[in-house]
Ligand binder design. Structure first.
Ligand code: 5GP
Ligand code: ZN
Length: 121
């Protein structure tokens, strides 16, 4: 079963190492790196190694990897010290233009290190 790869995709190039990124976590199916324009003291993007345009497509195409994103996020939260009884973090999938999705390779935002506002706006 071939790994979907889009040679035009920025995050596929981060997976292959052709575009540099500050990698903070890796698994067989996922890669996580610091967001270039962080919106919180910790702002990490967790992505599948395989190319899917958004989280919904990933859930259909590689459901086990969708779960792996959450497992990676949990490990990253511990690693970054943003988990715990007085802390916590937010996980976000922006999907589509109204949600301001700008990169069309599924990515889970993991944000922490500050108090989050709700509703997010
Ligand atoms: P979206 O708006 O699609 O949910 O999130 C895309 C995220 O990717 C944004 O938070 C943006 O700052 C981040 N981003 C865009 N280009 C790059 C890049 O080349 N490197 C890294 N590390 N992050 C990027
Ligand atoms: Zn891609």
């Amino acid at each position: 079963d071939p790994t979907p790869f889009d040679p035009e995709c920025l995050f596929c190039k981060i997976v292959t190492g052709d575009v540099p990124a500050t990698i903070v976590h890796e698994s067989e199916t996922t890669v996580a790196f610091r967001d270039l324009n962080p919106q919180a003291p910790t702002h990490v993007l967790v992505i599948p190694r395989s190319h899917f345009a958004n989280a919904a497509d990933l859930a259909v195409g590689e459901p086990a990897t969708a779960a792996d994103l959450f497992d990676a996020a949990r490990e990253i939260a511990v690693q970054e010290g943003i988990d715990g009884p007085d802390a916590g973090y937010r996980m976000v999938f922006n999907t589509g233009p109204a949600a301001h999705q700008t990169v069309f390779h599924a990515h889970l935002h993991v944000l922490g290190g500050r108090s989050m506002t709700w509703p997010p706006g």
